[in-house]
Design a protein around this ligand. Structure first.
Ligand SMILES: Cc1cc2nc3c(=O)[nH]c(=O)nc-3n(C[C@H](O)[C@H](O)[C@H](O)COP(=O)(O)OP(=O)(O)OC[C@H]3O[C@@H](n4cnc5c(N)ncnc54)[C@H](O)[C@@H]3O)c2cc1C
Length: 448
């Protein structure tokens, strides 16, 4: 934890000369880009993975570390079930301790309405053979006896897991490099080179790589990159604050959330904490452009988002962030190598208040680190994983909407097969790019 959050002061781990050509170029070294590249390399495909800053420098190290099937959208669930299997396999193969452990995920309910919501997911879980179950008031108290409040009930999935994100994704990148992926940190992709209407290369800050296939897995920066090529998806990003305590007595070994507090026991004996559900949207040109698409999400949780009039300079949807640049000009991507938002101080106060209210035995919370991340969100809270309709050779894998860590290896495997034109094994219709432009109604997925 001492080096957290990741900043540009961290040494570069992955350096390589820019190849002249690569069968596939993956843009973005988060969990999605890293695992996509790994699975491509396993098919003997030459892959270059470009990361403008550090591997996992953004969302993929800043998250809570929950690997959950519980509460998933019905169309994501089969992918996350596969991801659970892949996490186990990759943890073995990488030969490093990534903190992977099956400790379960539990959601607490105060109201009958929340319990009714849980019951809906239970039916989906049962169809897929997931061990989710509902608990009544007494069973909930028994599961976490240290709680000083009583709850109407809970939903719990014992087979859900956790891993330590700031260790895990770098470890997977080292595995990918050993298996032949060329990984280059501190190397932004500036633009696609398009010839005869299709991808023919990627221009980076260090020159051009010839390729017929590019994957944009650029998290919160994806829309900025795509729009420069005339491709638009209604993606926005919101700031979420997290705190980590030093080692504490164990109150529960798994991950738990209600609408006020979320906590998860870490490998090092501390807890990762966040306040339930509230995030901040920095209003910028894209927020205005796509506001109408977010009406359903807003109505479902009207007080879940706070609005701030402008993002700090250089953010993807900043007012002064350039929207166009040439391949030989510095791009917004290399101007901000790591999106490292300041944690919100009121969120940290909420975390401390809610955690000590729930666990009265703690008078204070020994917070040793705090940070924030920009979550890349879609209006229906499920990702876009698709071939870009406008540009043959371009695949989009983004908008994981706050739950892409757990599903990461599953999506990486899916994207690698999408690139190759193979049978995917899952129905990707829900994740199609065109759903926002073909008149389909927004079908809201669950946010947690
Ligand atoms: C506070 C918080 C808590 C979360 N908790 C959980 C959780 O418990 N469980 C869960 O499943 N998910 C969680 N998530 C969500 C999860 O972290 C993300 O969905 C996931 O990490 C997204 O991975 P990614 O690879 O798509 O994007 P990222 O991890 O954001 O990676 C994108 C990368 O692309 C790079 N990049 C961008 N543009 C360029 C360019 N032009 N050239 C080169 N590189 C570029 C960026 O520098 C970045 O490193 C949480 C997220 C946050 C912020």
């Amino acid at each position: 934890m001492t080096n957290f959050p990741f900043t540009e002061a961290m040494p570069i781990q992955f350096q390589a000369p820019l190849p002249k050509a690569s069968e596939v170029v993956v843009i973005g070294g988060g969990v999605i880009g890293v695992t996509t590249a790994l699975f491509l390399a396993r098919r003997n495909i030459s892959v270059t993975l470009l990361e403008k800053g550090r591997i996992a420098g953004e969302q993929s190290s800043r998250n809570w570390g929950w690997i959950r099937q519980q509460g998933r959208d019905a169309d994501e669930l089969p992918v996350v079930i596969e991801a659970q299997r892949l996490w186990r396999q990759l943890a073995e193969e990488c030969g490093e301790d990534i903190g992977l452990k099956q400790t379960g995920v539990t959601y607490l309910a105060r109201t009958d309405k929340e319990m009714a919501g849980f019951a809906k997911f239970l039916k989906i879980a049962q169809i897929h053979g997931v061990d989710t179950r509902l608990l009544d008031q007494g069973e909930t108290a028994k599961l976490i006896p240290a709680m000083s409040r009583s709850f109407k009930g809970a939903m719990t999935t014992p087979s859900d897991m956790r891993a330590e994100p700031w260790v895990a994704v770098s470890a997977l990148a080292r595995l990918a490099a050993r298996e032949g992926v060329t990984i280059i940190e501190n190397c932004a992709a500036r633009t696609l080179d398009i010839s005869a209407g299709r991808v023919s290369g990627v221009w980076t800050e260090h020159g051009r790589i010839a390729t017929s296939s590019a994957v944009v897995a650029s998290g919160a920066w994806t829309l900025l990159f795509l729009r420069a090529h005339g491709v638009s998806i209604p993606q926005l990003s919101v700031r979420a604050t997290v705190a980590a305590t030093g080692p504490m007595p164990e109150i529960h070994s798994g991950a738990v959330a209600d609408d006020r507090i979320a906590f998860r026991r870490r490998q090092d004996g501390g807890y990762t904490l966040a306040s339930g559900g509230s995030s901040q949207l920095y209003v910028g040109p894209d927020a205005f452009r796509h506001a109408t698409k977010y009406v359903s999400a807003l109505m479902a949780n009207p007080f879940g988002t706070h609005y701030l009039p402008a993002a700090p300079r250089g953010y993807p949807d900043g007012w002064s962030t350039p929207r166009r640049w040439n391949a030989d000009e510095e791009s917004p991507f290399e101007r901000m190598r790591i999106l490292n938002p300041a944690p919100r101080s009121s969120a940290l106060r909420d975390i401390e208040r809610e955690f000590t209210a729930l666990f009265k035995q703690f008078k204070t919370v020994p917070i040793k680190a705090s940070w924030a991340g920009m979550i890349d969100a879609m209006p229906d809270v499920v990702p876009v994983v698709d071939r870009a309709a406008e540009i043959p050779g371009l695949v989009i894998a983004t908008g994981m909407s706050g739950h892409g860590f757990g599903i990461g290896p599953g999506m990486g495997r899916v994207v690698s097969d999408l690139v190759q034109g193979n049978e995917i094994g899952h129905d990707l219709h829900r994740f199609r790019q065109s759903r926002f432009s073909d008149g389909s109604p927004i079908k809201l997925g669950p946010s947690l």
